[in-house]
Design a protein around this ligand. Sequence first.
Ligand code: GUN
Ligand code: ZN
Length: 433
Amino acid sequence: MTTLKAFRASILHFTADPAFHTGAHAWHEDGLLVINDGHVLAAGDYALLKDTLPPDTQVRDYRGKIIMPGFIDTHIHYPQTDMIASPAPGLLPWLDTYTFPTERQFNDQAHAGEVADFFVRELLRCGTTTAMVYCTVHPESVDAFFDAAEARNLRMAAGKVMMDRHCPGFLQDTAETGARESEELIHRWHNKGRNMYALTPRFAPTSTEEQMYMCGELARAYPDTYVQTHVAENTDEVAWVKSLFPEARSYLDVYDKYGLLRPRSMYAHCIWLDNEDRARMAATGAAVSMCATSNLFLGSGLFDFAAADLHKVALSLATDVGGGTSFSMLQTMNETYKVARMGGTYLPALRMFYMATLGGARSMQLDGKVGNFTAGAEADFIVLDPKATPLLERRTTRCDSLDELMFALALLGDDRAIAATYAAGVQVHQRGE
Ligand code: GUN
Ligand code: ZN
């Protein structure tokens, strides 16, 4: 029995980073995406591929729309869904006032499950098919999240927060329980179906040296798990880390000392790094998760694209909900663009779409699996609608180039521009339903 499916639309995907390579994208104005058993068989011109299909193949007609790989959000907190858009003067008071009390509720697996379900549906509504997700300190919160992801066969990375100091007692683990529970969760979830585990020390101020050490041991023992944390987000936080770890050269150096800079490690924010830090990130294969809406919302600072590019650090984009103010990677591109402009960098639209797809996949060492339409890749894709709103329609019918078209979608688009979302070849979101 054949499980062949085909989709006709314009097709956009990337094979390289357009910031450093010419010919990095593939664009098929009248394209066809052919998938078999949840994997990409071919993506190309309709005229060339149509005759390769068996005569009875159903072709879903999305002409007028754009099919591209699903978005990859490399840093987001699912337990913060219900406190998105909570006002506070900066990161540390925001954590104390809203974040910690909200995360407290996730020791209840039923509550965690209800939030996880909403969260996953919201990601899909916004066209995000892969994310690197913070849970809370409670192992139940991780079970609830992976249950929700697995129910829709999504490729997701997530992990239990490790946090054994400088937080309310109701959210505190110990170095020993944090490591033991994390290891149990690795055995329960890592590489089960499409799930992937991420070791999740919240950030250096909330872990003792003992906890950082044990996390580093796990990172070494399980090299294909992820590491996710925050670094150099806010100047008050940087000063706090300096006082807690006086012997470290920099905030990033704290993580480096414990072996937490390695491929598959994802560092959110990276605003207040210096060039030695950037060189270390590039040398170790650690990746940046750039969180524009969160950094603007919390007043954390402006990410320096020029300095990151000088060191060729791997860059990816993220919403950082609930510090971030939107689940939409299109809205995230909108604000990323403006942050770059404020630092004197011009980000072409195609570079932003690269960072939100193949760039994210490469940062997670998932290229070949997700992020583009290379043959054999898992068929996670979205259908973008350039006419989603009256304004988008008006603007996109006046575009003279692909760059202008994608720029308009990035600046004016949001969840309304996602007509449909597919995971492993199966439709998991239809706009309006
Ligand atoms: N640093 C430590 N925890 C957090 C968090 O939950 N959100 C953000 N934006 N930064 C953090
Ligand atoms: Zn965060």
